[in-house]
Ligand binder design. Structure first.
Ligand code: ZN
Length: 53
């Protein structure tokens, strides 16, 4: 699974870690995050994230 980076603040979403503070279990692919999930650091929407190559 790919990591995704917030283009606004540089936060990296790592699927192996998830975002447990916001109810996202480890092992959740970025594509499977709820549409209303936002960057935990700056509140950017999913569309502001890009895959990390
Ligand atoms: Zn951000």
């Amino acid at each position: 699974m790919k990591k995704y980076e917030c283009t606004l603040c540089g936060y990296i979403y790592d699927p192996e870690v998830g975002d447990e503070d916001n109810g996202i279990e480890a092992g959740t692919a970025f594509e499977n995050l709820p549409e209303d999930w936002v960057c935990p650091l700056c509140g950017a929407e999913k569309s502001d994230f890009e895959p990390v190559e």
